[in-house]
Design a protein around this ligand. Structure first.
Ligand SMILES: [Zn+2]
Ligand SMILES: [Zn+2]
Length: 240
């Protein structure tokens, strides 16, 4: 009997989000899986939101991305931010369920595959240092570390910094979110040379308006990056 099998006798693998037993580590039980809105099928090539219709092989865009300038080329999300996906994101963010980063990064890696380019550098959206002290870890950095490893790409956890405390984006209108984030992110002065001439993959736990990704992408482009892709664990969709 292998170590894994022996451990499973003592600690049978448990569903990530309930007490049900499952057959593999880091999995969801059938009921929780059905409650988790993973994004599949045709998606907006800019933000990853599901679109009606069939995949045509050419990039399609949602209404938001047709009206808001996106300073990045492609974007994907693993899940819609609702039901069990919302619980997973909040548990990773506030509940100290760091173990969720491993399955979440596998889901992220899967949806990121069409965006991966050789020589790409991976970086998380940073927390303000005050919030980092309070929370002790940046959930986006947990995800970006694991995704970079799975994709065999360079990872730079402190590529970006928050220039000022932007407060919560919650309760702000879409325009308010963009205004609040404008120029709030910058390249770390000692990391600035790492993006020149490269593609950058930016990772965050949640994408709502896209204002944070836009600020991060603009900072990377200002530093000479030649292309930006964005990746979120969960996408807030208006009608989801
Ligand atoms: Zn379950
Ligand atoms: Zn879109």
């Amino acid at each position: 009997m292998g170590l894994q099998a022996a451990l499973h006798l003592i600690y049978p693998p448990q569903c990530l989000t309930c007490d049900a037993r499952v057959t593999t580590d880091f999995g969801l039980c059938g009921a929780c899986w059905r409650e988790t809105p993973f994004i599949t099928g045709l998606v907006c090539d800019h933000c990853g939101v599901p679109l009606p219709g069939e995949e045509t092989g050419k990039p399609e865009h949602c209404d938001d991305c047709l009206t808001i300038a996106r300073p990045w080329s492609q974007g994907r999300a693993a899940m819609l931010y609702k039901d069990n996906a919302r619980r997973i994101v909040l548990a990773l963010k506030h509940g100290d369920r760091l173990d969720l980063a491993r399955p979440a990064s596998q889901w992220l890696h899967r949806v990121a595959e069409p965006m991966i380019k050789p020589g790409m550098i991976v970086a998380p959206i940073p927390l303000h240092w005050l919030r980092l002290i309070k929370r002790r870890y940046n959930q986006a950095a947990l995800l970006s570390t694991a995704v970079a490893k799975l994709a065999s790409l360079d990872h730079c956890p402190d590529l970006l910094i928050r220039r000022r405390h932007t407060g919560s984006q919650e309760g702000r209108s879409r325009d308010g979110r963009f205004a609040n984030m404008a120029e709030a992110l910058a390249l770390h002065p000692r990391r600035a040379n790492r993006v020149e001439g490269r593609h950058v993959l930016l990772i965050d736990d949640v994408m709502t308006s896209g204002a944070t990704f836009a600020a991060a992408a603009e900072a990377c482009i200002a530093g000479g990056a030649i292309g930006i892709s964005v990746l979120a664990l969960a996408r807030v969709a208006k009608d989801a």
